[in-house]
Ligand binder design. Structure first.
Ligand SMILES: Nc1ncnc2c1ncn2[C@@H]1O[C@H](COP(=O)(O)OP(=O)(O)O)[C@@H](O)[C@H]1O
Ligand SMILES: [Mg+2]
Length: 248
């Protein structure tokens, strides 16, 4: 089971769209995928138009295990519980070992034989993110064309090293993903170069191009493969999936 945190300190770089569309493509290839929404914004549930009574919040507060929702064949989600996730966070804060609760309570999924578990993080440094990092063993960091996205990624890698050390395990970079890429612009090329100089082969060969269908699919509560299977977005996520399957 690959446990992958999709995370960075920068918002709006494509964390949630990557979780959904990479997850959906892996599921189409026959892999068993779970996406856990760790963001009180609740965009994973929002993407599939699902507001669940039992969510990550109830799992963390009460140990509720009926939190998994099948949204597509091979593709399950756990919604965040939105505002309720703040309550869960408060509970975790009161407990000296609260940071370890996520890993402990989510362990029931081990029997479901998932190939990939993606945790979709909020961009802010929350206790929920930190607790989820102790469960995850790899980072997937989307980067958009801007120097602040590079800095956000760097900062996040430092923070996550510290947190993972508390769980007595290293956290590897699974991959850095260039998103919102526009081949014709100077900034896209420059940031792509900076990322490849900094992180070398950890940067996925595939770049997800800026593609309006990705945003439109979200509005239609569909994956890119349902909404626009012939779009550049679908092509890029298919290429990314092939790379992911190669390294995991
Ligand atoms: N490659 C892309 N092309 C066009 N729009 C994109 C792309 N990736 C993400 N978006 C859009 O950008 C916005 C932010 O993406 P999102 O995945 O929600 O980012 P995050 O989770 O990092 O905040 C969303 O409206 C999303 O649909
Ligand atoms: Mg998001």
């Amino acid at each position: 089971m690959n446990r992958i945190a999709i995370s960075t300190s920068k918002g709006g770089v494509g964390k949630t769209s990557t979780a959904i569309n990479l997850g959906a493509c892996l599921a189409l290839k026959g892999k068993r995928v779970l996406i856990i929404d760790c963001d009180p914004q609740g965009n994973v549930g929002g993407h599939f138009n699902i507001a669940s009574e039992h969510s990550l919040a109830e799992l963390l507060i009460d140990g509720h295990k009926d939190v998994i929702i099948e949204v597509r064949k091979n593709l399950d989600i756990i919604t965040s519980g939105r505002k309720r996730l703040y309550n869960a966070q408060r509970e975790l804060t009161k407990d000296d070992f609260g940071i370890f609760k996520f890993k402990e309570r989510i362990s029931f999924i081990n029997e479901f034989n998932y190939d990939y578990v993606f945790c979709d993080f909020s961009p802010t440094d929350t206790l929920i993110n930190r607790a989820a990092l102790i469960f995850c063993d790899k980072l997937l960091i989307p980067v958009s064309p801007g120097i602040d996205a590079i800095m956000g990624a760097e900062r996040y890698i430092e923070v996550s090293d510290e947190i993972a050390a508390r769980g007595n395990k290293p956290i590897d970079i699974f991959g850095i993903l260039m998103n919102l890429y526009e081949g014709r612009t100077v900034i896209s090329g420059e940031i792509d170069n900076v990322a490849r100089e900094k992180w070398g082969s950890k940067v996925f060969q595939t770049r997800i191009r800026k593609n309006v269908s990705i945003g439109e699919a979200r509005i239609q509560n569909q994956t890119i493969f349902e909404y626009a299977p012939r779009s550049n977005g679908a092509k890029d996520f298919t290429a990314l999936t092939a790379e992911v399957l190669n390294v995991s």
